[in-house]
Design a binder for this molecule. Sequence first.
Ligand SMILES: NC(=O)c1ccc[n+]([C@@H]2O[C@H](COP(=O)([O-])OP(=O)(O)OC[C@H]3O[C@@H](n4cnc5c(N)ncnc54)[C@H](O)[C@@H]3O)[C@@H](O)[C@H]2O)c1
Length: 346
Amino acid sequence: MKIKNILVTGGCGFVGSNISIFLKKNLKNSRIHSMDNLSRKGSKLNYKRLLKYGIKNYKYDISLYNLVRKLPKFDLIIDCCAEPSVETSRLEIDRVVNTNFIGTLNILKKIKKDKAKIIFLSSSRVYSINEINKFVKYKKNLKNKLFINKPIDLKFDVLQPKSIYGLTKLASEMLIEEFSYAFNLKYIINRCGVISGPWQFGKQDQGFVSLWIWKHIIKKKLNYIGYGGYGNQVRDVLHINDLCDLIKIQVNKFEKINNKTFCVGGGNTSNTSLIQLTKICQKVTGNKIPIKKIKKTSIYDVPYFITDNKLVKEYYDWKPKKKIIDIVKDTYNWLIKYQKQISKII
Ligand SMILES: NC(=O)c1ccc[n+]([C@@H]2O[C@H](COP(=O)([O-])OP(=O)(O)OC[C@H]3O[C@@H](n4cnc5c(N)ncnc54)[C@H](O)[C@@H]3O)[C@@H](O)[C@H]2O)c1
């Protein structure tokens, strides 16, 4: 069956807007629609971008099935709708569970009704915080201390606490698998590490790469929070364009490759510690800003995450092309181009 009608939920968010526009440009035989309640700061700006490309947005709340069921019939839903902040997830539990988990349930009910398929954007935050803490090793020299170990794959522990955000993503993954088992629904789950690039409106607790570059541009201070305040936490960072490439391949190959979960991230190609990111930002922006050390570590922080992309490479011959320096440069160029509008938002 041809995939003609595609709905991107969270289509006015960072990931959803980039995927919507990329697919609109690159899948000539498909119609792309978005569903987003425009609650995230910056989503209204993304909404205007979608309109320029002729992409309609349904301004519905994903947690309300009486709205979701009113959507037209789609062949595929790419689910990019969530409250993606780990810290917010313990402050606004009801909203996060309703959006991230009940939202997935509503999308699955709609998919069952339409006999459609789903590509779900999950997260590396499904893994147990304690196990990551135990897994991580340190480079000896204290001053240049860096958290290191091998990339993490699907076999890593998910059974212990992982944050309420992480739980909503893991529970959504499991619900998708149950719907697949019971109702023969076809799915792809992408468990993504940090994603970054243009059109990400970064905050302290979500979208740190974009925030880091922005603060360097406007010469305002930042904080290294946790793990003694040294800035040694390591994350892999995937360029949004690399993710868009993968989604396009997954849509085109859906009939052949489905009912699988993949780990997807910058991996060994693109990763950074906060301190390394600062150096890159200094080089790209030409600015140096004060960075305060805050020693206390959040119960939800992890010192390290690097994705093992082996499975996704094996199935799709895909791997990330862009390195962290490319991500910083591309995001910097976007922030500079739209500086006036962005300064009103973040
Ligand atoms: N950004 C990352 O680093 C990252 C990493 C791993 C996984 N993910 C996942 O990717 C997806 C997209 O993340 P993002 O970074 O684009 O986040 P985002 O906040 O930029 O986008 C989410 C969009 O969903 C919308 N939304 C929120 N609550 C809603 C509701 N109740 N009803 C309808 N719309 C609602 C927001 O307005 C926003 O535009 C999420 O599922 C997230 O868990 C993101």
